[in-house]
Design a protein around this ligand. Structure first.
Ligand SMILES: [Zn+2]
Length: 346
């Protein structure tokens, strides 16, 4: 969620973006659709891959009536009379998987995802608001948020379930190293961690195209957060390791990210994301010169007003850096008598 400079965007002019409800051709049989989002991050990119039998859709948009309407326009005007045969979700976040159930039912299409992402989405969408709020409040209280912020958190209920229509009850599993043949080309599955546990990216060496999802974004760093379900997790370690592995993808690949615009210069982008988190780790360690709570470090790292949605991501991101330093032995976790978590220098 941090702003970083763009790396060689292929398209920059607003006029070059596909309008909502339309598709833009990136290459033969490869279409780009943008769906609006009700967040500060106001759109998601979706990719349509053509095969003889029909279309494969990568990611879906959030589960809303507005997104369904826009999909119907695309179906009517951009599929050349072919059906949708396959829906792939890169990961479980609502903007990516929100309409997977609706799309697969609408077209009787196959659904593909990694096991962890499908399970996570299913689990969260079925969680009761009471259980989710109770777990969240304990987590954010431990992080040192004040009562006013906790009251806003309690209002969120099950925010995940609100962003998805029901998720598919069966699926096809995608694993690291798998290949899908689409339009006569092999698309290799590369799974990554950090943003979510088993995020699916797709690489087509023949076409020189890398569908990155949220794993690599051109302008912002994807959110790397610790969540209430696993308070001592170290997702930053997973993320940095994934960035290293992605160097195996040729630097001249066309990268198709889920937000902003397609770009080239993958390796420079991997370097910039790595350097960004290394700087953030230095900043976090400096902030803990005095013992600090997660809320205090959040205020130093994100020195700007945050709405409740942004606060959730900011707290999670600050804790990701704190936990990473604790896992490496640079910081010590300590819970005080009031149940608040403190980090101090080892
Ligand atoms: Zn995401």
């Amino acid at each position: 969620m941090d702003l970083l400079p763009h790396h060689h965007p292929v398209e920059t002019a607003a006029a070059a973006l596909p309008e909502p409800g339309t598709a833009k051709t990136i290459a033969p049989g490869l279409l780009w659709v943008r769906m609006p989002l009700p967040f500060a991050l106001n759109h998601i990119n979706i990719w349509l891959l053509e095969d003889d039998a029909g279309w494969t859709i990568v990611d879906t948009g959030v589960g809303s009536g507005k997104t369904k309407e826009l999909w119907e326009r695309i179906f009517a005007e951009h599929l050349g009379g072919k059906p949708v045969i396959r829906v792939i979700a890169t990961h479980f976040h609502p903007d990516h998987i929100g309409l997977a159930g609706w799309l697969t039912e609408r077209w009787n299409a196959q659904f593909h995802a990694s096991l962890t992402e499908w399970l996570f989405g299913r689990m969260l969408s079925l969680e009761t608001p009471e259980a989710m709020v109770a777990t969240s409040l304990a987590f954010y209280r431990e992080a040192g948020l004040d009562e006013a912020a906790l009251a806003v958190m309690a209002e969120r209920g099950n925010a995940y379930a609100k962003g998805v229509s029901r998720l598919p009850t069966s699926f096809n599993r995608l694993k690291e190293g798998d290949s899908l043949t689409i339009g006569g080309h092999d698309w290799r599955v590369i799974t990554g961690g950090g943003h979510t546990p088993e995020h699916v990216c797709l690489h087509c060496p023949d076409r020189g195209v890398f569908i990155a999802g949220d794993q690599v974004l051109p302008r912002i760093s994807p959110n790397i957060s610790v969540w209430a379900s696993e308070p001592e997790a170290d997702p930053l370690d997973d993320f940095l390791r994934t960035l290293d592995r992605l160097r195996a993808i040729p630097d001249d690949s066309l990268v198709l990210p889920s937000h902003d615009t397609p770009f080239t210069g993958l390796h420079a982008r991997l370097d910039a994301l790595t350097a960004h988190h290394r700087d953030r780790l230095d900043e976090t360690l400096a902030a803990c010169r005095e013992p600090s709570t997660v809320a205090q470090v959040t205020r130093i790292m994100f020195n700007r007003p945050l709405d409740p949605h942004q606060l959730v991501f900011a707290v999670g991101e600050a804790l990701a850096h704190l936990n990473h330093l604790a896992h490496r032995g640079h910081l010590i976790r300590h819970i005080d008598a009031a149940g608040v978590l403190w980090f101090s220098r080892a």
